[in-house]
Structures are given as C-alpha cells and as structure tokens.
Write a protein of this length. Structure first.
Length: 262
C-alpha cells in the first residue's frame, strides 16, 4: 500500500506543477480521493491554501500562479483584461501605483474559492459576452512575461491592449477616472487599427465605442485615420456620463468640461 501511495505521490509531482492550484474536482479526476488528499496535507506533501484547493509549494501564493492555474490546469476560458492587462503590459504609470485588483474576463464565472485565497489582491470577474456577444478577437494574447515553474515557462493570457482599452472604458465613469483614461489614451500611439476596427464593429456597448472615438480624436494618433467609423454602430441619442459636464457635439456624450474639445 505504501509503494502504491508513493507512486501516486510521484505522479502528482509530474502532473501538478509546483506552485499551481488544483481544486478537489481536478484532484478527484486524477485519482486522488478526499482521504488521500487529507493524508498528503497532514504529511506536508501538499498545501491547502483554502478549503478543497491544493498546491505543491510552501512559498507564498501569487495572483499570477492563480491565473495560470485557472487558464491552463483548470481550463477556464479567462483572460486578464481591462485595467490589469494594461498595467501588466507597461501602462501602469498612467493608471495606479499600487495593484489591488485583478480583472478577469470570460464567458464563464471563475470558482468562488478565489475570494478566500490568502492574497492581497481581489479578483473581479467580467462577463466578456456583455461587451462582445460573439466574442470577436477573443483569443487572448500570451504575456511577454513568462512564469517559471520547475523549469517550464507558462504564459499568462491577456486581452490585447486594444481590447483591454475598451474593457477599461466600460468602467467609466463609475469605477474609473476620465483623467486617468485620458492620460492613458495619450500614450497609446501604437495600437493596431486592424484589430481596433474588428473590435469596434463587434462591441455591443454604444457608450464604450463613443468614448473610445472621443479620446482617439482628442489625441490624434496616426492609427485613428485608418479607422472606418461608418462601419461602427454608434447608436442614437445622447449619453449623459458626467453630471454638469459638457456635451461633445460629435459623439453626443457628456464629458468633464476640462476635457471637452481639443
């Protein structure tokens, strides 16, 4: 019995990369019963950072390990998007200095145990189908920064920066600042007009599309002239986004008075 148990433990070391998380469902599917998992935890062979979640490591858990576990090991169709994607792809100086939230986008809600992990960040899930009903351009891009686990390099999947900007704009004005977004858009001189065109045509939010084009016009990047706005549905009527703001005459949205015009 001991030899058989040792064999299963050795196999776990092969199928569960060090540091990554596996939930009870994954462990059970790989032949590790509740009793066996409890035995491994008691012996110190695996750690249980929260109920019914396991990992082979005694080092502190990171949010990157959690995300890679969801994306690769547990097969959740999630990408790091919005503010977090932009922060991690080199635009943090336009947004915040301290990262306290990780924004995840996908059609399937992540597991509830995320909230109980011993981390100093909070995970926020956004249903990607709300902004992109057909999930156009949904294939997240691998991060240029790889996570190392036992000699292997595992990429984190992020929304492209073009998509992440639209995801961020969806948070205006309730959870994001017009002025931070304005500073960010000023620095986004290298966006892909081809990808932007696809995203703008697929995006279901009139507010997001109007806001994006407002900021694009304001900062006059070279890629703006290559967008065909006639193919983008901008809806009708006015959108009051800022009480007491000024109405932009082109896109019929209210914006802070000090941003109106250029």
């Amino acid at each position: 019995m001991a030899t058989r148990s040792d064999s299963k433990l050795n196999r776990l070391q092969q199928v569960l990369p060090e540091g990554l998380l596996a939930d009870a469902s994954w462990m059970g599917a790989h032949g590790y019963s509740s009793a066996l998992r409890s035995q491994y935890v008691s012996a110190g062979w695996i750690d249980s950072p929260t109920r019914r979640v396991y990992r082979r490591s005694r080092t502190p858990l990171t949010w990157q390990q959690v995300v890679i576990s969801l994306q690769t090991l547990l097969d959740y169709p999630l990408a790091v998007g919005g503010r977090t994607a932009l922060e991690q792809q080199g635009y943090a100086h336009y947004l915040t200095t301290t990262m306290r939230e990780v924004h995840l986008y996908g059609p399937k809600r992540p597991p509830t145990w995320l909230a109980s992990l011993p981390l100093d960040v909070t995970f926020h899930w956004h249903n990607s189908l709300r902004l992109f009903p057909d999930d156009a351009d949904a294939s997240p891009e691998p991060s240029p920064v790889m996570f190392s686990a036992e000699g292997a390099t595992l990429p984190i999947r992020y929304s492209s920066k073009e998509r992440a900007v639209l995801e961020l704009l969806d948070e205006l004005p309730e959870r994001e600042s017009f002025h931070q977004v304005d500073a960010l858009m000023e620095g986004l001189s290298d966006l892909s007009p081809r990808r932007l065109q696809t995203l703008l045509e697929a995006c279901a939010s009139v507010k997001v599309k109007r806001l994006f084009l407002f900021f694009a016009d304001r900062h006059r990047h070279a890629w703006r002239s290559r967008l065909d706005v006639s193919r983008v549905d901008l809806g009708s009527g006015k959108r009051v986004l800022v009480k007491g703001g000024k109405l932009d005459p082109t896109y019929h949205i209210t914006v802070p008075s000090d941003l109106e015009g250029q």
